[in-house]
Design a protein. Sequence first.
Length: 176
Amino acid sequence: MRTERVPPSSSAYSDTLLRLLRETDDEFVPPLSARSGTFDDSFEGDAGVERYHADTLDEEYFVALSDRYDDRRAVGFLSFRRDFSKTAIEPYVPATYVVTVAVSPESRGEGYGNALYDALFETAEDPYVATKTWDTNDAHASLLRSRGFEEVKRLVDDRRDGVDTVYFARPTDRKR
């Protein structure tokens, strides 16, 4: 297993990202296809996963490549934005903000999520790394906590009745 860093606007893994987004779309709350882009906080509509995919290509990301396949197929990715500031995560700003993490269902539990976060922390230039998820996403929340992230804010019923948005952050040990 290895990771590869992909700059914004690269089409190197475009088809792979679209495949991963389609595979995992309905696992997100709300589904990615219901969002008009990667920073859509309204969670309404039906823009299709293609619109989310287009925004993802404008972000920097890492892909996780599997040794299991001859073509070293990408089985996961983590997209992010640097120098991110948002009221919801203050005072943990500026942050390298993780926008999307997706791992193919058949490759879960094999360490790809950890490998993607390792790659991010090796290159993060901001004093913090932050992200958000939903409170019923136990796998991601557990991964974040195991890596030293702390819950920094919770928006009750933000995703839908009974599903909260949860922000996590942790220092990178880099000073600005």
